[in-house]
Design a protein around this ligand. Structure first.
Ligand code: CA
Length: 712
């Protein structure tokens, strides 16, 4: 089968070999030798990806998104000899979440602000770079940092989804724009951070923005022309108008109220998978907008297809089946997380499975042909539901979880950051294990009885000030101890954890497993680590000098195996996490690609000695206690998504407690007037009043004085 498929390979090894033969003939005739076309990826080549494991041609390596490599040159016997081959600085100071694509010796990778880099995969030499020139004022619409998870390659082109909603096709040879489309309305707070996928010449891209109040969809574009082929909305629109997709005549029955006026949500901002044999494209769908179901759907209904896996026909976008992980979603429990396709024997029968560990803390095993629910168990701390009913496949909610109905704030696992977020998992057919970059973080959900739809800001309907870490240092320390991360080596057959690697903090990197019995992961402490895939024994590590959150890949050039990871602290936890995000050793922004090989001797430049910060001086307190409490609430509703919980920055966004005298002086022109919009800090005059700004100012002065008094 594999041999037959590889004979069909048109753009790959066969072409390369033919080119060599032609080259030999051409020499005699003194004609120029044609270089192999860059990024010559096509269906035949992707289907036969296991016959050329030296390439990483698609986001999850193959359409099954297993992130498992058949390469064995680097293995559990010799991985201790791994060393840096080269590194490449990606610039900017934004988080790095990209999976590099490697085709025929060229690496295509993205940095902050959706910039694309083509690098020599053997040496790291830059071939070209592309900057889509995002207006940085769009930053306010990007919930979770100006990150990007990578490109897709197809037939000589490289495709990138841009933060402001564009999809751009680049010439893989030189990075020039071939076509560009705006995939989202520019008057709504949509964004793109996910990697496109290409199926049979169609580029598929979703979008994000459910926190701010939009309606989710995925769109397929012709890879050659950029013409739209189909669009699938994940939630119904205004029912007084014709439904764009026939299935919404059914899904509309699961909604109440006027959800279309507040977006509805369901953005598909990350995971997709494809089964060419079944002719299905799987889409992971996000949370509701607003989060709180009372404000979205009058507090009732399942609200399809929020928090669901939806199977579509990739050629038409037609609906085939769905499974909803969190009916009536009210907690930001997206199902946009990584989906893995694998054929596994269950109860004596080979089954075609799709597996996912969405934010809600349950690991799901479904039949990917029919969507039939097979099993679900908790892979991490999850208190919102006791279990998933095996007959109906529906979660059995804990009574206190519906904060919007009880009106009583509840401490709950997982947090909106998820028991697992976008960080890619890996499945090894050798060990039969799914490796989950899991995390444990609780949050208090409280019903915001004063919520009103805000077309310019976040729309959650949840009291964010209750999600803030406690002020009392002792209680806060206890809270901090509850927050951690681990690798769960998960057996999908028995739905149990075989073993785990415990990390001191959450927001650790994606995973890669190989046939050499090696499991790779970077972490929040700034290390890149190799473990045995079968037992989780630590074999090797390298200090990356920055937190590693993205997923690694492996490839070969000239017969030598390399392991690559795009490193750089950032993303949603780094932005919102405050003290918790700041405490990890890797909480410093140094965006770079790191590439390793056996015996590699390249060294990173020494870490710069930290600048001696001038002592923080106290300021004259402003406002009474009530103003400061109001300022905290306003800060949490408007500012903490970038500047961090309790005004402690765990990312490269400025720590507002440490503002200079000049910045304090210019507070109003900056906050209301947008004086620093070119840095991504837009004016908030259309979101908050002058009194609101003054209350936030009073809260920040208090937080500065806390810091000056030695309280973090
Ligand atoms: Ca969300």
């Amino acid at each position: 089968m594999k041999a037959n498929l590889s004979q069909l390979v048109k753009g790959g090894a066969v072409v390369a070999a033919t080119a060599l033969l032609l080259g030999a003939c051409a020499k005699q005739e003194s004609a120029p030798v044609e270089a192999p076309k860059p990024a010559a990826v096509n269906t035949e080549r992707l289907l036969a990806a296991d016959s050329e494991p030296g390439n990483w041609m698609a986001h999850g390596r193959t359409y099954s998104e297993q992130r498992y490599s058949p390469l064995t040159q680097i293995n559990d016997d010799n991985v201790a000899d791994l060393g840096l081959a080269w590194h490449f600085d990606l610039g900017d100071t934004r988080g790095i979440e990209a999976t590099p694509i490697v085709v025929d010796g060229v690496m295509y990778v993205t940095g902050g602000w959706s910039k694309v880099f083509a690098l020599n995969a053997k040496t790291g030499a830059e071939i070209w770079r592309y900057d889509p020139q995002i207006d940085k004022a769009w930053f306010v619409n990007m919930c979770c940092d100006a990150v990007n998870r990578g490109v897709a390659a197809w037939d000589g082109k490289i495709f990138v989804g841009v933060g402001d909603g564009r999809l751009v096709a680049l010439d893989a040879a030189n990075g020039t724009v071939q076509w560009e489309v705006q995939t989202t309305p520019t008057d709504k707070p949509y964004s793109i951070t996910g990697a496109p996928r290409v199926v049979d010449g169609k580029v598929i891209i979703g979008n994000g923005g459910s926190e701010l109040g939009v309606r989710g969809y995925v769109t397929a574009y012709d890879a050659n022309t950029g013409d739209q082929v189909w669009r699938f909305y994940t939630v119904p629109g205004d029912p007084s108008k014709p439904f764009e997709n026939a299935i919404h005549a059914e899904t509309v029955k699961t909604w109440s109220g006027e959800w279309w006026t507040v977006g509805g949500g369901g953005t598909a901002w990350d995971a997709m998978a494809h089964d060419p044999e079944l002719n299905l494209l799987y889409i992971g769908v996000g949370n509701g907008a607003p989060w709180n179901r009372v404000y979205r759907s009058d507090g009732s209904g399942d609200n399809l297809f929020l928090s669901s896996i939806v199977a579509l026909r990739p050629d038409t976008g037609e609906y085939v089946w769905h499974y909803q992980t969190t009916p009536g979603e009210s907690w930001d429990y997206t199902a946009t997380q990584h989906m893995i396709l694998a054929d596994i024997e269950l109860e004596g029968r080979m089954r075609k499975l799709i597996m996912q560990a969405p934010k809600n803390g349950f690991f799901y095993v479904l039949d990917r042909e029919t969507g039939e629910f097979i099993s679900a168990e908790k892979y991490t701390m999850a208190t919102w539901a006791t279990h998933v009913d095996p007959e109906s496949g529906r979660p059995v909610e804990a009574p206190e979880a519906r904060y919007e109905e009880t009106g009583v704030p509840t401490l709950q696992f997982p947090h909106p950051l998820g028991g697992h977020n976008w960080h890619p998992m890996s499945y090894s057919p050798d060990t039969g294990l799914v490796y989950i970059p899991a995390q444990e973080i609780p949050v208090v959900y409280g019903h915001d009885s004063e919520y009103d739809y805000n077309p310019k800001g976040w729309n959650v309907g949840v009291r964010f000030e209750l999600a803030s870490a406690p002020d009392d240092p002792e209680v806060r320390a206890q809270f901090g101890q509850m927050v951690k991360g681990h690798i769960a080596a998960w057996d999908p057959v028995t739905q149990t954890e075989r073993w785990r690697v415990q990390h001191p903090n959450m927001w650790n990197g994606g995973l890669l497993s190989t046939a050499g019995n090696v499991l790779f992961q970077g972490n929040a402490e700034g290390e890149f680590v190799a473990y045995t895939a079968d037992t989780g024994e630590k074999l090797w590590s390298h200090f990356a000098q920055t937190g590693v959150v993205a997923g690694p890949v492996t490839y070969t050039v000239d017969g030598e195996q390399y392991v690559a990871v795009a490193a750089g602290w950032g993303g949603s936890f780094a932005m919102v996490g405050g003290e918790l995000a700041k405490r990890s050793r890797g909480a410093v922004s140094r965006p770079r690609v790191l590439v390793y090989k056996l015996g590699g001797e390249h060294a990173l430049p020494p870490e710069p000695t930290p600048e001696q910060m001038a002592a923080i001086t106290p300021m004259e307190p402003v406002g009474d206690e009530g103003t400061i409490v109001a300022g905290h609430k306003l800060y949490m509703a408007n500012c903490h998504m970038c500047h961090g919980d309790r005004a402690v920055s765990g990312s490269s966004v400025p720590d507002l407690r440490k503002m200079t005298a000049d910045t304090w002086e210019l507070f109003e022109p900056i906050v209301l007037g947008g004086m620093r919009h070119e840095n991504g800090m837009v004016g908030f005059a259309d979101r908050i009043s002058r009194d609101d700004a003054n209350a936030i100012y009073a809260y920040l002065v208090k937080r500065r004085n806390d810091l000056a008094a030695g309280l973090d």
